[in-house]
Design a protein around this ligand. Structure first.
Ligand SMILES: *Cc1c(COP(=O)(O)O)cnc(C)c1O
Length: 455
């Protein structure tokens, strides 16, 4: 039985390696040996067609790749009977995207009232919904409880708060924060001791005991220790920590720990030099910990949940924008028709997003530019000192990896409006899945009749 599993895994891995070599050689052939390996999923020709109906800027998502990736994740964890991915809605809150993931068997992870409402409208209910919030208003717990969602408590004081707001459900999740610095080997991954989320171990044990006396039947344990990890070791390491905690909770309180929620944090390579995570290897790493820690303690029935956002959507979205200005002062600037309200990550964290000038994929990157938006904020730059092919006014730029935490982080500073979202469907056609905002949307929170009356 074990040998059979192993040989199957070996087959999958070998197939993966062969496919990787095949794709890499394809990519090199297509783009020449020195070029980057990030290839947009739309061509200049496709974009020229799309803009006839939907002007730039817009985010576009690749349905086929989203589905393929979701299936890979499911396969990687298929050894676990209860496995389920709860897509972190905050990453890409679009009903069409949620529906695609629903068809692939995913649930949703919500953390606000409107995310719960969107999920409800898409037909998610009960155990399809994880509610992992913090600093939660009472009305949100009420809504989550009404929908029958799994509720994940961020703090021990939320027990009485939830009881008051909505009542205590049969199943409750608790969020763990181990404190200190989270290291893997010698690498510092993140600083949970400085994060506002979760409870200490003592509080977890106390919270579980208290919830048990209140009649809770099944428990889940959740933790989120590092964001955008580009290593196959993160989930297995986190799983080891949570599995040990599950054993301790069970031994100290005698409750049924039914779920371990590994949360989000599996990342994507934003820069072209990084290797993407291999979800097959990650799933296998978690399985090893499961068999080592949980199975011997009689916890072999525990279901593994994930709440991935970035990994599910990040690489499968791009922001398409047009070069509309060019400026030569102390530096060379390319001004585009998108700005930080469409993609905030570079302005907010100095995050790198790869840029391809469509139609110039094979041209040498011999010009150094700052690629900027139009906000009256000097950090509104999609790229600083970036080597790119010579850009002409009217060129389309494909900003990579905007599928998660891209459109979603949008805002309206400077009265700028949020762009449309488009879906490149499996049959190659393009569907608008959210229209661009108009000035009417921007002004919708005023009552103009009142304002005119007084002036
Ligand atoms: C943001 C978030 C996620 C998703 O994180 P990714 O880095 O996008 O995978 C999952 N769970 C919770 C509770 C979150 O806050």
């Amino acid at each position: 039985m074990h040998i059979c599993l192993l040989t199957n895994l070996a087959k999958v891995l070998i197939l993966d390696i062969i496919l990787n070599i095949f794709y890499t050689s394809l990519a090199t052939k297509k783009k020449g040996p020195n070029s980057m390996k990030k290839i947009p999923f739309v061509t200049k020709k496709q974009v020229e067609e799309i803009v006839k109906t939907y002007p730039t800027p817009f985010h576009i998502y690749d349905e086929k790749a989203i589905r393929e990736n979701a299936r890979k994740l499911k396969t990687a964890f298929s050894w676990n009977k209860g496995f389920r991915e709860y897509f972190a809605v905050k990453a890409t809150p679009n009903p069409f995207i949620l529906n695609i993931l629903k068809e692939e068997g995913c649930g949703v992870d919500c953390s606000s009232l409107t995310e719960l409402m969107m999920s409800e409208a898409c037909g998610f209910k009960g155990s399809d919904i994880m509610f992992s919030s913090n600093v939660t208003p009472a009305c949100e717990y009420k809504k989550a409880k009404e929908l029958g969602a799994y509720i994940n408590l961020d703090d021990i004081t939320h027990i009485s708060f939830l009881k008051e707001a909505a009542g205590i459900p049969d199943t409750v999740f608790v969020r763990y924060n181990p404190g200190g610095i989270f290291k893997m080997g010698t690498d510092i991954m993140d600083n949970p001791g400085d994060a506002k989320y979760g409870m200490t171990k003592e509080q977890i044990i106390e919270a579980v005991s208290e919830l048990k006396t209140m009649g809770v039947k099944r428990f889940g344990i959740h933790s989120f220790l590092a964001s955008n990890t580009v290593t196959n070791e993160y989930y297995p390491t986190l799983a080891g920590i949570l599995f040990d905690l599950a054993v301790e909770v069970k031994e100290k309180t005698g409750v049924c720990v039914a779920f371990i929620n590994l949360s989000g944090g599996v990342g994507i390579p934003y820069t072209p030099d990084k290797e993407p995570n291999n979800i097959t290897v990650i799933g296998e790493g978690v399985r090893k910990q499961f068999e080592k820690i949980l199975v011997p303690k009689g916890l072999g029935d525990v279901a593994i949940f994930t709440e991935l956002g970035r990994f599910m959507l990040g690489p499968y979205g791009g922001l398409v924008t047009k070069a509309i200005h060019q400026k030569h002062i102390y530096k060379e600037y390319i001004g585009v028709d998108a700005c930080a309200v469409n993609l905030m990550r570079p302005a907010m964290y100095g995050a790198y997003h790869h840029i391809t000038v469509l139609g110039k994929e094979d041209a040498p990157c011999d010009c150094k530019y700052d690629v900027t938006g139009s906000l009256c904020e000097n950090n509104d730059k999609f790229a600083v000192d970036r080597m790119l092919p010579k850009i002409d006014i009217g060129d389309y730029l494909f900003i990579h990896d905007t599928g998660a935490h891209g459109f979603a982080m949008g805002y309206n500073y400077n009265g700028k409006l949020k762009s449309a979202e488009l879906l490149l469907k499996e049959d190659g056609t393009v569907q608008m899945i959210r229209r661009a905002e108009t000035p009417q949307d921007y002004f919708a929170t005023f009552d103009f009749c009142e304002i005119f009356k007084n002036n």
